[in-house]
Structure formats: C-alpha cells, structure tokens
Design a protein around this ligand. Structure first.
Ligand code: SF4
Length: 448
C-alpha cells in the first residue's frame, strides 16, 4: 500500500498542505510518515516511525518552509520495519539528488539492487524506493512491477506511474497550483479539484512554468488493482472516474442476489464491510444493524505487519451489541485474507448468543499472493489457496459462508475486465512475477 502526496506552490504552505494530504491517506500506511521540502532547491526531509499526527507538530511543520513538498505514509512491504525504510528517501546520485516516495512493489528489485551495487551505487535501505531513487538519479528506467511515485528533483515536483497503472495516482489543482496524490480524498482535503489520473507510463513534472506531461514508457495492458475498489482505497475516493463507495454497495447487492439466506439482521464488519453490508441489506430486505461496535482508536488489524499484534488487535477492536442474542445474523465483510479476524468474530458473535452466523464476503477467495505492494503473505498463508469454501467455513466456525463471484465483483466496479489486476483471485498476473518465490515455497511444501 502506502500513500503519496506532492504539491508545488509559490504562495501556499506546502509542508502544511502535505501534512493534511497525508492525514487523508493515513489508511494506506501507518508504519511511518515523512515529508521532504525543497526551498529554492535546498532539500529538507523529516521522516519518523508512527502516524502522521505523531510524527509532525506545529513546530516541525514550521521548520519546513518551501515551494515544493512531497510526503509519504508507509505500510511495510519489501524491506523490514525500521526507520531506514521510512520515506521519502533521499538519494545523492552523480547526475542529481532526488527525494522520493513510492507506493507499490518492484518485481525485479533484487536484480536491480545487485546491478546498481556492481555499478558502484551505494544503497542504504532495504526497500524498493531506494532502488527507484538511485535509478531516477541516474536517468535510467529498468523498473518492473508496481510504482506510483512522487519525487522532488532539482526543485521540481515529479510524479510517475508504472506502465500498467497498478496503483492509483491522481492529479489535482488548487488555484493555479498542481497537486499529486494516491487518492482523490487527499485532493478533497486540501481543497484541490480532481483533474485526471496520472496515466500509466506517464511522467508529470511541475515547475514554476507549470505542468509538463510526457508518456515516458508505452502504456501496457491496464491493470489497476481491483483490491483498491474492494478494500484499500477510502470509500470517498474515486478510482478511474468511479466512486469507490458506490462500487462496494453494488458488490453487497450482487452478493445478496448470488448468496441469499433467511436471517434477522445484516451486520457489517466495520468499517471495511459497511458499504457492502448496506448493499446486502438493501437488496435482501433484511434489516441492517450496527451490531458490532468498533473501537476507533485501534489501527486497522490487516495493516499491522506482525502476526501477534494482529491477533491481539482483534480483541481490542470489536464488541457485539446485546441485540444479536437469539438472532440469525448475516455478517458481511469485504474480504478474507488469512481468516484470523473472521474466525474470532464469528466466535465472538456466537458467545454473544447469535443463533446462526452466516458469513458473506463481497469479493472472491484470495488464492494467490500479491507482488505489487500488498502484504498478503505467500501461498502458504492464504487458506483459500489450499482449502474448499466448505473447509474454510468449518475453519471459521460459521453456519454458512459464501463469496462474491469474480464476475459479480468485476461488474460492480463498472470497469472493463481488461483494465484491472485481479491476480490474487485468479493467479493471472499482469507482469512477470518472481518465479523463484513460488518455487521456493513449493519446494518447502513438498519437503513437508
Ligand atoms: S494481486 Fe490483488 S492486491 Fe495485488 S495488485 Fe493485483 S488485484 Fe491488487
């Protein structure tokens, strides 16, 4: 995941606007936050572990005057969890110094890192972003995989996106100034108007003359991550011109048509399952209830990088209302990745006296890992890769379990099938993926 934001302005407080932009993108990464500012070419970077509001305060923002700023919220993917991987990263290259924030995941970073090191380039961090920064500083384009990037180079704001457009990147304007952000909800917060998406393979450069757009790499098969519609993006954002919330409600409506059940209440797993539960309740006629209360001050469980933290997080996070006792409940969530959350929630509802717990998921089973920046673990950690739906139902202890079909999910997004990545549901990847990772896993499975 990760969230990126960038702005250039001669008269606005760019660091403060970047702070607010990052605040709107906090859901895309909670591990670290950072802002890099250029003040007439002089670069200052502040990045720390923690939430945006923990990392920055008035005093720190005040110390970041400038005319261009980029910011980043990080969700740990490639590279371990420590400060060196917080972004923006700064790379001092032979041709130029760049600061850079990246959302996505390279599928050829290992080879590129080795090649760069052989060429004498010094890389400090373990993340892909350092590799991209080094290549950008060298004027080289050898990247494969997913990258939506904001960068600051020679006092200019730069945005670019991989040729498949796997992660989103939106362009907006506030007055005559240009803004780049992972999602349109960040444009809304800083008062910017959405203009268009940065096109796949396109590089946009903003300087005092305005914006220059170049199709740097030929557009490849479009592959916007469909999981952005299912879960990752904020519901008030638009993706490829369509509102995310509306797509999620339609997923719920289709789920009700595909997997009906006689029940007394429809409950969402808040907040990720809420729009789909609204859709399910609307289409089925079963009353909607906020029967699971969420403690809003605990981070999203899925986003915690560590398995133990994830387990503890679930107990901290939800508590059922007494009204579930004696009722036949339909529980709706957007996805099941590893299944730990759902198993505990079903048990929690049964302990609260629910007569039946029917689980409905508004996306298909996740059967394959993501190589484009989403930490789902490998095949071995994805139960749906190895078990039937009936076996999964038994594992989570539900009365019944149904997933939305691939066709149902696709139709709900109103995007053509050929324009999205659905690889974690279909195993059909839009780019080359590192085969050795799969092979290593298979060998391991075989050895057991
Ligand atoms: S594999 Fe899944 S999560 Fe990853 S980019 Fe494709 S659709 Fe999105």
């Amino acid at each position: 995941m990760c969230g990126v934001f960038g702005i250039r302005s001669d008269d606005r407080d760019v660091a403060r606007l970047t702070y607010f932009g990052l605040f709107a993108l906090q859901h895309r990464g909670q591990e670290s936050a950072g802002i890099a500012v250029s003040n007439r070419g002089r670069l200052t970077v502040l990045r720390e572990m923690g939430l945006v509001a923990q990392v920055f305060d008035e005093e720190k923002l005040h110390a970041l005057p400038g005319d261009v700023a980029i910011g980043h919220t990080r969700y740990s993917t490639t590279g371990s969890t420590h400060w060196a991987n917080a972004q923006p990263v700064v790379h001092h290259g032979a041709a130029r110094t760049v600061a850079l924030g990246h959302n996505g995941n390279l599928t050829n970073s290992g080879g590129l890192r080795r090649a760069l090191e052989e060429e004498g380039v010094k890389l400090d961090a373990t993340s892909d972003t350092e590799v991209i920064a080094a290549l950008l500083a060298q004027d080289t384009a050898r990247l494969e995989g997913a990258y939506s990037v904001v960068a600051l180079a020679e006092g200019r704001l730069v945005g670019f996106r991989d040729p498949h457009g796997i992660r989103p990147l939106a362009l907006g304007r506030v007055g005559s100034d240009w803004v780049i952000a992972s999602e349109t909800c960040a444009l809304d917060l800083v008062g910017a108007r959405y203009v268009r998406d940065v096109r796949p393979g396109e590089v946009v450069v903003v300087d005092e003359e305005g914006l220059t757009a170049t199709q740097a790499l030929p557009e490849a098969r479009q592959a916007l991550c469909i999981f952005e519609h299912v879960y990752f993006a904020r519901p008030d954002s638009t993706l490829a011109g369509g509102e995310v919330h509306g797509a999620r409600v339609r997923m719920g409506e289709r789920l009700a048509a595909e997997a009906p059940v006689e029940a007394d209440l429809v409950l969402p797993i808040p907040d990720s399952g809420t729009p789909a539960a609204v859709g399910y309740a609307r289409a089925s006629g079963i009353p909607y209830s906020d029967g699971l209360i969420k403690n809003r001050y605990v981070g999203r469980t899925f986003i915690q990088p560590d398995e133990d933290l994830r387990r503890q997080g679930i107990k901290l996070k939800f508590n059922p209302l007494a009204e579930v006792a004696g009722k036949r409940i339909v529980v709706v969530d957007d996805s099941i990745v590893r299944g730990n959350t759902m198993r505990q929630l079903v048990a929690m509802l049964q302990e609260a006296g629910a007569a039946e717990v029917h689980v409905r998921i508004s996306s298909p089973p996740v059967v394959s890992p993501c190589f484009y920046g989403i930490d789902m673990g490998d095949d071995g950690q994805l139960p749906a890769a190895h078990h039937t739906v009936e076996e999964l139902r038994e594992q989570i202890g539900a009365t019944s379990l149904h997933y939305l079909s691939l066709e149902g999910m696709q139709a709900a997004t109103r995007l053509p099938e050929a324009s999205v990545c659905r690889a974690c549901f279909t195993r059909e990847y839009p780019t080359r993926v590192p085969a050795e990772r799969n092979l290593a896993k298979l060998r391991f499975e075989h050895a057991r």
